[in-house]
Design a protein around this ligand. Structure first.
Ligand code: HEC
Ligand code: HEC
Length: 262
């Protein structure tokens, strides 16, 4: 598909980046949608620690990257000249629809450039091609079409798995030998120097959120409030971004989640 240009793509890109895709949750100076995308959040993957880089269009950011470079970094976690980035944090985005990934790129070009050098991790070639190989995304060939939002379950699945990627945090922790269990919880997630266990959000009544109805899920995604009114801190689960998403998108996610059982 030729690179789409124009206001409607910038608008869609902004809705995604500051909404369900929550780019600033990691790339923001602080994990909220108003923060500049100059990077710095401390994260951990199977290689150890890594910092989210500056993705504003500046010299120390991605100012001189081509659109193809950006698309590959977003979808595949591969930088220019095939530098392999952490395979963990963008997982799922390899199947972003072309229209959506180009919209995000169009939006990134419009944010204010900020100069900020973020510490980069150097992985040895051996680490890159052994440890990470099982976890790296396959190159997507051809055009990935957008789904019709009218098909609520399929669209909800797309938003959950390829835009919001709840699985990044909510899957059970996998190891080199065991696969992750979908949305079953159990990983540790760190924010503000504090570590919390990520909960199970499958339809299991006992372990998950099987007793919540669709409205309660939507209410949670908008406010961070769980039934009974406990509030989840938006530095841990990106609800500060999700509240910017369209009501119909949140409903589609809730509808799809109700079909995930375990
Ligand atoms: C869960 C955290 C997280 C989210 C959400 C996230 N990223 Fe990233 N991103 C990272 C990390 C960490 C790296 C760098 C990994 C490394 O250095 O190995 C990265 C790398 C990048 C790079 C490559 C930049 C460079 O200098 O190497 C780009 C571009 C990028 N992300 C764009 C995005 C966009 C756009 C979004 C939203 C659609 C997004 N990211 C969402 C964590 C995240
Ligand atoms: C960056 C990691 C991350 C992502 C992405 C994420 N979450 Fe969370 N989520 C968490 C953490 C951590 C908690 C627990 C926070 C706490 O204990 O205060 C949580 C809590 C929750 C809860 C509360 C469950 C309960 O029983 O208390 C729900 C529901 C939830 N998340 C749903 C989602 C959905 C749906 C998505 C995707 C649209 C999502 N989360 C994406 C990290 C994440």
């Amino acid at each position: 598909m030729p690179e789409p240009q124009g206001e409607q793509y910038v608008k869609r890109g902004s809705e995604l980046a500051n909404g369900l895709a929550a780019c600033g949750f990691c790339h923001g100076l602080t994990p909220d949608p108003q923060a500049v995308l100059s990077g710095g959040r401390h994260l951990e993957d199977l290689y150890g620690e890594v910092y989210a880089p500056n993705i504003t269009p500046s010299q120390s950011g991605v100012g001189d990257w081509s659109s193809q470079d950006l698309v590959r970094a977003i979808r595949l976690s591969v930088g220019p000249e095939d530098v392999r980035l952490s395979p963990k944090f963008h997982k799922g985005m390899e199947w972003l629809a072309d229209e959506d990934v180009y919209s995000i790129v169009a939006y990134l070009r419009t944010v204010t450039p900020v100069d900020s050098d973020v510490t980069r991790r150097e992985l040895s070639t051996i680490d890159r091609y052994t440890v990470g190989i099982l976890d790296s995304a396959k190159e997507v060939e051809g055009y990935v079409p957008a789904l019709d939002p009218k098909n609520q379950k399929a669209y909800g699945q797309y938003l959950t798995n390829h835009i919001a990627r709840c699985s990044t945090c909510h899957n059970s922790p996998g190891t080199l030998l065991t696969t992750e269990s979908y949305l079953a919880g159990g990983q540790e997630f760190e924010a503000n120097g504090e570590v919390r266990l990520v909960p199970n959000i499958t339809g299991s009544e006992t372990f998950g959120i099987g007793s919540w109805d669709e409205e309660e899920i939507v209410h949670y995604l908008r406010t961070g409030r769980v039934p009974g009114n406990r509030v989840v801190d938006p530095a841990f689960c990106p609800v500060g971004f999700y509240k910017n998403a369209k009501e119909s998108d949140l409903l589609a996610i809730a509808h799809y989640l109700r079909t995930v059982n375990q």
